[in-house]
Design a protein around this ligand. Structure first.
Ligand SMILES: Cc1cc2nc3c(=O)[nH]c(=O)nc-3n(C[C@H](O)[C@H](O)[C@H](O)COP(=O)(O)OP(=O)(O)OC[C@H]3O[C@@H](n4cnc5c(N)ncnc54)[C@H](O)[C@@H]3O)c2cc1C
Ligand code: FES
Length: 270
């Protein structure tokens, strides 16, 4: 398959999203035509290869948005304009846009696949209630991009922080119930910390609402061979990363509870 062939690309632009998050923009025909929710495998020369959501698709350009947390993400964050990275993909399934009223709940770099999704939904004039959560104001990325996209359709945006430094004090999931009590929602899309997504799923179950959630697991091959990304009977790289309500129900004994670490050992999610 053509998208499995590693391509060497040059970083053309760097967008400072926050003190710990940057978007790297590069030219790639395949990733620039990816669907929202798909990811690519990114090779950082001499360091590692890690999965990254495709956060921007525009003309022949694509982007990834990285938060520096460990060795590979720090190396990616520190890339300069003209630095070289390797990419494979796009991989995985994608969010399925619907027509109706939708709720989008994201936190941190979880917004990366949700912004291209919002863009498509806004073009179709779908009504969007967006909730963006974070621990503190410093964690926020994409708020202006989200505002711009939402301005093109009937929409609302709620911001929550755990320390009250921005928006409403509390968790993103605290903002769900008031919306659900007030209006009819047809689909919930979510990406962010797994504990947040688990709570979103539980609330959605109570209201009999369908969910599409973007899951993360350790990925080595990205193409369904190595088994490092398994959850229940699914491989997140191949069957996901977007899990619908039916799939989430099937993996409920692991979702929000356990994952495999780099050595394949089952560890509790924090
Ligand atoms: C489908 C998919 C899409 C992804 N998309 C993105 C994306 O758009 N942007 C992005 O930055 N990352 C994304 N990731 C995560 C990314 O692949 C790496 O796992 C992450 O960058 C950490 O890699 P590392 O090697 O730097 O850190 P590691 O050495 O793996 O981890 C270092 C430490 O940071 C912790 N850590 C790992 N990930 C996070 C996190 N997200 N937040 C806080 N602490 C963490 C670990 O538990 C560990 O303690 C995605 C993962 C998947 C599976
Ligand atoms: S990363 Fe190898 S099977 Fe998913």
């Amino acid at each position: 398959m053509i998208f499995n062939k590693p391509r060497i690309v040059r970083v053309l632009d760097l967008i400072e999203e926050s003190s710990t998050v940057r978007t790297l923009v590069f030219k790639d025909d395949l990733c620039s035509k990816a669907k929202p929710g798909q990811f690519m495998m990114v090779w950082i020369p001499g360091v590692d290869e890690i999965p990254m959501s495709i956060s921007m698709m525009r003309d022949d350009l694509a982007g990834l948005t990285v938060r520096k947390v460990g060795e590979a993400s720090n190396a990616l964050f520190n890339m300069k304009v003209n630095s070289i990275i390797g990419i494979r993909g796009p991989y995985g399934n994608s969010f399925t846009p619907i027509i109706g009223n939708v709720m989008i709940i994201g936190a941190g770099t979880g917004l990366a696949p949700l912004i291209p999704l919002s863009d498509i939904l806004a073009k179709q004039k779908v009504a969007i209630d967006m909730i963006i959560g974070g621990k503190t104001i410093e964690e926020f990325v994409f708020v202006n991009r989200a505002k711009e996209v939402l301005s093109r359709t009937k929409s609302s945006m709620i911001i929550t922080t755990e320390d009250g430094s921005h928006g409403i004090k509390g968790l993103a999931t605290d903002a769900i119930l008031p919306i659900l009590k007030e209006k009819k929602i047809d689909m919930i899309y979510t990406c962010g910390p797994e504990l947040m997504m688990k709570k979103v799923f539980e609330i959605a179950q109570e209201f009999n609402l369908p969910v599409q959630a973007s899951l993360e697991r350790v990925m080595k091959c990205g193409i369904g061979i190595c088994g490092s990304c398994c959850i229940g009977g699914y491989r997140v790289c191949k069957d996901g990363p977007i899990f619908d309500s039916l799939m989430l129900k099937e993996v409920k004994d692991e979702f929000g509870l356990f994952r495999m670490d780099h050595s394949g050992k089952r560890v509790r999610l924090q």
